[in-house]
Design a protein around this ligand. Structure first.
Ligand code: MG
Ligand code: MG
Length: 248
């Protein structure tokens, strides 16, 4: 899983280097597609069926979600503009094992609000990994993630959650970024051997979201900006190990 995760990290690094005003989201998709192909890795997003009836399967190897888009944006001819933030999410399977990671990038100069949003969301992911060193169950981690976000006056997106990951991208358990009744019932122990895709999604305004008519793109209903960061993290006998870093 580390090797799959490394390829995903390299793909996001290529995106980071390419992002600039005027670049299209479709060009970023092509970069990642070529990277996976060159390493004989199978992209995980392309062909995923829509949860909405009659809508097409996901057509690309990355999700590219700009500004008020939270997740599942479809890359295409849209050109990035100075001041945009763009969340890129991608995953691949290599030799039977999966990696999944996301990062939200600034395009040119962004507003102070958007910079705070990116900082808080990235720090939420970092604190979750740190907290896994001592927490016994996931709800302890989720509680701290949600408190951190709300303490900065921002919202945790609740409609989408992280997940277990292994030979499939989406495995049990569900990994929410907040504590609810359902998590209290389905809480799980953080034990060696478990691998989780942890993916906080945070909004500057409302946590409420809707799906656009394309059947995929999720945006905030107040259309204020959202951010998304994700790592694939294995729990080992030495503690959490992030599998989607460039180097370790
Ligand atoms: Mg992902
Ligand atoms: Mg994921």
């Amino acid at each position: 899983m580390r090797e799959a995760g490394r390829l995903v990290a390299q793909a996001l690094d290529k995106v980071r280097q390419a992002i600039a005003p005027g670049v299209t989201t479709g060009e970023l998709n092509r970069l990642v597609s070529e990277h996976f192909e060159a390493h004989k890795a199978v992209p995980l997003f392309k062909g995923v069926p829509s949860s909405m009836r009659g809508k097409p399967a996901f057509p690309a190897v990355i999700c590219a979600s700009v500004n008020e888009q939270v997740v599942h944006g479809i890359p295409g001819s849209r050109e990035l503009k100075d001041g945009d933030v763009i969340a890129i999410d991608t995953g691949c399977r290599l030799a039977g094992w999966c990696g999944d990671s996301a990062f939200t990038f600034a395009v040119g100069r962004i507003s102070e609000d958007k910079q705070r949003l990116l900082d808080v969301t990235r720090q939420t992911l970092e604190l979750s990994i740190e907290r896994m060193k001592t927490a016994k169950t996931w709800s302890e981690v989720a509680q701290d993630m949600a408190e951190f976000v709300r303490g900065h006056g921002m919202s945790v997106i609740e409609q989408f959650v992280g997940h277990g990951i292994g030979q499939s991208m989406h495995e049990e358990p569900q990994v929410p970024n907040y504590v609810s009744e359902s998590l209290r019932k389905q809480d799980f122990a953080l034990e060696p051997g478990l691998v989780l895709a942890i993916e906080p999604m945070v909004a500057l305004g409302t946590k409420n979201v809707r799906v656009l008519p394309d059947g995929w793109t999720v945006e905030t209903t107040d259309r204020r900006a959202a951010a998304h960061f994700e790592h694939t993290v294995a729990i080992t006998s030495d503690g959490p190990r992030v599998l989607t870093l460039l180097e370790d």
